[in-house]
Design a protein around this ligand. Structure first.
Ligand code: FAD
Ligand code: NAI
Length: 470
């Protein structure tokens, strides 16, 4: 049994924990990582962001070759799907990415302990093997919890990861299901629903609310829902699943109107449960260590990511804020910089979000609904991709850019994009807003022509005064 001492022991090697460990090492700390998976990278690299984006890309190409080339004068025979190869490639992308983190850990001299981390008290962490026995004990000047999140279960719909799957099983299906029912029209439901629809599944998405993708600006959501429906996703809004019965032939779901009423039955070969994620705190020994949780079950931290116990910190999905990989990483950097005596800070108000469907949806800052609720006087500038020459040349004219700016000061308060390259384009808005740009500032910045980013400039001009090309 090793008994070693470290400046920092990190529990959980997701994008929060592994980035924090690297930054801490760069700042001169002796760092240990405790991770219960056999690979590094957490949810994001192993069963989240990376495998889902690999399948989104493969399924997008499959659809594009099948449907979208004729207009360019390219005729190809109908594509056939080598499903095993597509899944193998996904595995290779994940493997290369998690190995990349291993390499970075070696480079930064971070010691990894494979096992479950349990905090015995401030300054002491035990590493438990799969049998629950203590393998190692670590002395730690500082402890950082980065244990992430897990899928929220739905009562009456037990996940078996075969016929009723979470996102993890939904990325590991052994064949394309004929009928897929997705419960929850959030980001996972729409991304994975799109993957399987493109590969040939008949996909129905059951959503409790009267809208898809809560949190996205209403106007964008309406356009988004229309685009996804046109592609063939079916939506059952204002509905809840109350029961699932599994048989050899598939799954029978009982669905009721959310507000109550007559039940109906939906049949599926596979059901994906994607109704949100909850913080993962099991087995960490938080009670014994005296680490407090918030009312919503997340670990309570102060502005410097310190928990209720001095010397124990927490970041990422397990604390408040958006459950996103890049947010977890920024938390991690700010937290260890503060531990090192620097002034780490994360602006959670300017964390961008992206839905990697086609069109993509990306946004940063406030929605119109949030500005109305806060009684902020605002103005809107919009620019459609149909008016953008590069989008026309690319054949990707679906969607628009929407810039929201303060009516009095012209400061940009929110940027919302639905379009083929929204996820890449949003970075410009993040930079501008971090520097408190006005719509006029963005409108006066020289953008390369022809690029789809000119649509942001034009939308900013529209918010400030007048667009040139509309
Ligand atoms: P995690 O990545 O969850 O890592 C936590 C790690 O801690 C895990 O490896 C876990 O095994 C380990 N752990 C937990 N408890 C212990 C313990 N006691 N001892 C040792 N180890 C422990 N976000 C994006 O920004 N972009 C995306 O495109 C995106 N796509 C996603 C797709 C899917 C299908 C899913 C499920 C999520 C996606 N997310 C995406 C969300 C993203 O994965 C999370 O926000 C991110 O992983 C959170 O990072 P984290 O470091 O806080 O935790
Ligand atoms: P989500 O919170 O995005 O969406 C869950 C949806 O399920 C909501 O629309 C909600 O109204 C609905 N819902 C809740 N209970 C329901 C019920 N009983 N019946 C029907 N619908 C119900 O959660 P999701 O999609 O599971 O994703 C979890 C998190 O993972 C996201 O919030 C995001 O933080 C992260 N993620 C990010 C991605 C990205 O950045 N591209 C991709 C995938 C996940």
């Amino acid at each position: 049994m090793a008994e070693a001492s470290f400046d920092l022991v990190v529990i959980g090697a997701g994008p929060g924990g592994y980035v924090a460990a690297i930054r801490a090492s760069q700042l001169g700390m002796k760092v240990a990582m405790v991770e219960k998976r056999t690979t590094l990278g957490g949810t994001c690299l192993n069963v989240g962001c990376i495998p889902s984006k690999a399948l989104l890309q493969s399924s997008h190409l499959f659809e594009e070759v099948g449907h979208d080339l004729a207009v360019h004068g390219i005729t190809v025979a109908a594509p056939t799907l080598d499903f095993a190869q597509m899944m193998k490639r996904k595995g290779e992308v994940v493997g290369a990415t998690t190995k990349g983190v291993e390499f970075l850990f070696k480079k930064n001299k971070i010691t990894t302990f494979q096992g479950a981390g349990r905090i015995d008290k401030a300054g002491a962490v035990s590493v438990l093997g799969a049998d629950g026995a203590v393998k190692d004990t670590l002395a730690a000047k500082n402890i950082l919890i980065a244990s992430g999140s897990e899928v929220t279960p739905l009562p009456g719909v037990a996940i078996d990861e075969k016929k009723i799957v979470s996102s993890t099983g939904g990325l590991e299906l052994t064949e394309v299901p004929k009928r897929l029912v997705v419960i929850g029209a959030g980001i996972i439901g729409l991304e994975l629903g799109s993957v399987w629809r493109r590969l040939g599944s008949d996909v129905t998405v059951v959503e409790f609310l009267d809208r898809i993708a809560p949190g996205i600006d209403d106007e964008i959501t309406k356009h988004f829902q229309r685009a996804l429906a046109k592609q063939g996703l079916k939506f059952k809004l204002g509905s809840k699943v109350t029961k699932a019965e599994t048989a050899a032939s598939g799954v029978k779901l009982t669905v009721e109107p959310a507000k109550g009423g007559a039940a109906e039955t939906l049949e599926a070969d596979v059901v994906l449960v994607a109704i949100g994620r909850r913080p993962f705190v099991e087995g960490l020994g938080l009670d014994k260590a005296g680490v407090k949780l918030t009312q919503r079950g997340r670990i309570e931290v102060d502005a410097h990511f310190q928990t209720s116990v001095p010397g124990i910190y927490a970041i990422g999905d397990v604390i408040d804020g958006p459950m996103l990989a890049h947010k977890a990483s920024e938390d991690g950097v700010a937290c260890v910089e503060t531990i090192a005596g620097q002034k780490g800070h994360v602006n959670w108000d300017l964390v961008p979000s992206v839905v990697y469907t086609q069109p993509e949806v990306a946004w940063v800052g406030k929605t119109e609904e949030q500005l109305k609720a806060a009684a902020v006087a605002y103005k809107i500038g919009k620019y459609p991709f149909t008016a953008d020459p590069r989008s026309r040349a690319n054949g990707t004219t679906e969607g628009f850019v929407k810039v929201l700016a303060d009516k009095g000061t012209d400061k940009v308060l929110g940027v919302h994009i639905i379009g083929a390259e929204a996820g890449t384009m949003i970075a410009e808005a993040c930079v501008a807003m971090e520097f408190s740009a006005s719509a006029e500032d963005i409108g006066r910045i020289c953008h390369a022509h022809p690029t789809v980013s000119e649509a942001i400039k034009e939308a900013a001009l529209a918010a400030w005064d007048k667009p040139i090309h509309l």
